[in-house]
Design a protein around this ligand. Structure first.
Ligand SMILES: [Zn+2]
Length: 170
């Protein structure tokens, strides 16, 4: 988001040079630069010891098992904590080990996605009300129902990293 008015006092911002960053919106009343802002999310591929991955079905988006766990990073949290918390909230399970899988820019919603692979021991899900259902799916079969592989879908680079780590890449 590009600021035009000061989010603190409402005054119209001017453009002011901020070192190497060039012109940046600036509030003369608050004496503060307002750099363009965006949201941050963590997205987690959850995998078990049988090379199965957790796919979520959220009926407001699709009737298929399309998605990984994801959620917004809240102030005070780091991306790893968000990943572990969201898996617990949405699937009701604990992650034994987490691996970072890179960051991805999700342009249509202006979100920086922090990718993770979370390893766990297979168990039943205790779903949150946000998730209509979830399933353990053999990793190589997951793309049959996942949202299509296209630019902007951050699931696939994480998925390909996972296949590499567990030795399932062709
Ligand atoms: Zn201001």
């Amino acid at each position: 988001m590009h600021y035009i008015y000061c989010p603190q006092c409402g005054k119209r911002l001017i453009n002011k040079i901020a070192g190497d960053d060039g012109f940046v919106p600036f509030c003369e009343r608050c004496n503060k630069y307002w750099f363009d802002s965006f949201s941050s999310c963590s997205i987690v591929l959850v995998a078990n010891q049988y090379n199965e991955i957790a796919l979520l079905r959220q009926l407001y988006m699709s009737d298929k098992f399309t998605s990984f766990v994801s959620g917004y990073i809240t102030p005070g949290e780091n991306a790893e904590e968000t990943a572990v918390r969201e898996v617990k909230e949405e699937l009701g399970i604990d992650i034994d080990r987490i691996e970072y899988a890179g960051t991805y820019w999700f342009d249509s919603k202006e979100i920086l996605m922090h990718g993770f692979i979370g390893f766990t021991t297979k168990c039943d899900f205790k779903l949150s009300s946000e998730v209509d259902s979830a399933e353990w799916v053999p990793a190589l079969k997951a793309p049959e129902t996942m949202f299509p592989d296209r630019p902007g879908n951050t699931m696939y680079p994480i998925y390909r990293k996972y296949l590499k780590i567990v030795g399932l890449s062709k």
